[in-house]
Design a protein around this ligand. Structure first.
Ligand SMILES: Cc1cc2nc3c(=O)[nH]c(=O)nc-3n(C[C@H](O)[C@H](O)[C@H](O)COP(=O)(O)OP(=O)(O)OC[C@H]3O[C@@H](n4cnc5c(N)ncnc54)[C@H](O)[C@@H]3O)c2cc1C
Ligand SMILES: NC(=O)c1ccc[n+]([C@@H]2O[C@H](COP(=O)([O-])OP(=O)(O)OC[C@H]3O[C@@H](n4cnc5c(N)ncnc54)[C@H](O)[C@@H]3O)[C@@H](O)[C@H]2O)c1
Length: 473
């Protein structure tokens, strides 16, 4: 039987960070991944293929939309097989970086097998091996939730696991769930030529966003997509081969479909791990319960990434992985802090989110916060982009509590606010940073200018300077 300092279960964003980090520090590490390739959901069924799909759809959309503006009519249908190959090529290129041999060269024992717990230190692999770990890191990710829908077996069902590998692009798709996956993919597939109807049981889209941002984004999405809110698909009907989704909401609607896309959230991959044998506690969603050091109820077993349900993003899994290395390998007591972790949704316009929303500020601080907004920089005007909008939420001293933005490439030009918040800088410090004209980041700089204007207006400085000018100049 093999003995390890650290066993990592799951070769995705979180698990790879831990395996590489722990091995580079000299620990004896085993990495267990059930699939033949490393990289997990992000590489094979998530971030990477979805962004490749979005990029292709955006190009097609812009040729069509902007071509029309200049009198050019673009006709024809997109070739899904070409787009699918582009997606595959992006995945293959990044796969080289996440290859099994790279991890073996770092000194990691990579086992391509499924792991189950035998007890709190032993794992049985589907290859037949039993291995022992002083510390074990669970990084098994999550899977799409499949809601109960009558007659679902009668139609093609798409999830993020099948989307990028489909033979054909279905003509008519009902997207159940208008969250992160739903909206990014609905917009992209619609731009590629599918007829998309989005159905979400919530009363508004983007519910986790600042309300002002969510409302603006909803309007943008409604320009391109048919969206039913406060609605559900509970059953499908089959009328002589024509499949209809029954959309139950304020009014009942029937929509003919060729495929049903399910994007109603995720469930943590804990079901098949036999965690009861190790005594690891799960919450009611099936996520591993962790403390802020990412330890489970069994202190030498850690859980990171989607499986602990804390911050289900690739960069979240990566940051948690770094904390797990410090704590599991060196016995440190580092705590995970999510306050400075942003997220972005890659719809067009993009959404950027950092820290608290205005609604959260109101609940936590009452009146003790300030909101500053900006909606246009010259670059956006020149490019006829009328979607951009930024707001920051500041405490009384001018420190950033939250920053929210929408616009083309917002995930890039809002990043300076992550740096400022992480470094504990005040918003006024933005004024001394020079941005090349007309970079999109100018919109962020406007926030600092507004902050100064507000401060000047509230103070007596203007009265004093005008007196000085009238007397001495
Ligand atoms: C369509 C889509 C788009 C996304 N886009 C983004 C984005 O743009 N930005 C972003 O930050 N996040 C995005 N995400 C979220 C991101 O993919 C996840 O947060 C991230 O992959 C979580 O990493 P992880 O390490 O926890 O799990 P995963 O990357 O899923 O890795 C878990 C691994 O564990 C393996 N495994 C599971 N059980 C076992 C077992 N018993 N034995 C052995 N191996 C096992 C699995 O095969 C898998 O490889 C997206 C997700 C989806 C679905
Ligand atoms: N750009 C990114 O970083 C990115 C992109 C895609 C996904 N992700 C990650 O993947 C996770 C999962 O994405 P997701 O879109 O599956 O989940 P989600 O939680 O973002 O959205 C699920 C949506 O489905 C709706 N819903 C739930 N049950 C329903 C039902 N029965 N009928 C109709 N609507 C229903 C919810 O109201 C919600 O709007 C996200 O939380 C995010 O962390 C990130």
């Amino acid at each position: 039987m093999n003995n390890y300092d650290v066993i990592v279960i799951g070769g995705g964003s979180g698990g790879l960070t831990v395996a590489a980090g722990a091995a580079q520090f000299g620990a004896k590490v085993a990495l267990i991944e059930q699939k033949s390739g490393l990289g997990g959901d992000c590489l094979h069924y998530g971030c990477v293929p979805s962004k490749a799909l979005i990029a292709a759809a955006k190009e097609i959309h812009e040729v069509r939309k902007n071509g029309m503006k200049h009198g050019l009519e673009v006709k024809g249908v997109t070739d899904w097989s070409v787009i699918r190959n582009q997606i595959q090529s992006a995945v293959d290129t990044i796969q080289e970086h996440d290859s099994t041999s790279r991890f073996q060269n770092l000194g990691v024992d990579v086992h391509h097998a499924r792991a189950v717990f035998l007890d709190e230190h032993h794992l049985r692999l589907s290859s037949g091996k039993t291995i022992k770990g002083k510390r074990i890191v669970i990084a098994t990710g999550s899977s799409p939730v499949i809601p109960p829908i009558e007659n679902i077996e009668q139609v093609k069902v798409i999830t993020n696991e099948s989307l990028f590998y489909m033979e054909h692009l279905p003509e008519r798709i009902v997207m159940v769930g208008g969250g992160a996956i739903g909206m990014e993919m609905a917009q992209a597939l619609s731009r590629l030529g599918s007829e998309i109807t989005v159905v979400d049981h919530s009363d508004m889209l983007f519910k986790k966003e600042d309300k002002e941002i969510a409302e603006k984004m909803q309007k943008e999405m409604e320009k391109e997509l048919t969206i039913h809110l406060g609605a559900r698909v509970n059953k499908l009907e089959n009328n002589q081969g024509e499949i209809t989704a029954v959309i139950e909401g304020e009014q009942e609607k029937r929509v003919g479909i060729d495929a049903l896309f399910l994007a109603v959230g995720r469930k943590p991959n804990t079901e098949k791990l036999q965690l009861d044998r190790a005594g690891v506690e799960l919450d009611e969603e099936g996520a591993v319960v962790v403390n802020d050091r990412l330890q489970s109820s069994v202190s030498h077993i850690y859980a990171i990434g989607d499986v602990n349900g804390q911050f289900p993003f690739t960069h979240g899994a990566g940051e948690e992985g770094k904390i797990a290395v410090s704590n599991a390998v060196f016995g440190l007591k580092r705590k995970m802090n999510y306050e400075n972790l942003p997220w972005a949704f890659y719809t067009q316009p993009e959404i950027f989110h950092l820290g608290i929303t205005e609604e959260e500020a109101k609940t936590k601080l009452g009146e003790d916060y300030t909101v500053i907004r900006a909606s246009k920089a010259d670059r956006m005007i020149a490019e006829q982009d009328d979607t951009s909008f930024v707001k920051v939420i500041l405490d009384k001293k001018g420190f950033i509590l939250g920053a929210h933005g929408i616009g083309a490439n917002a995930s890039d030009w809002m990043q300076i606010l992550v740096m400022m918040k992480t470094n504990g800088q005040k918003i006024r410090e933005l004024s001394s940073i020079v941005h090349p004209y007309p970079a999109r980041t100018e919109i962020v700089k406007q926030l600092a200018d507004q902050y100064w204007r507000k401060k000047l207006f509230e103070s007596n400085i203007t009265k004093l300077t005008s007196k000085y000018i009238s007397v001495f100049r």
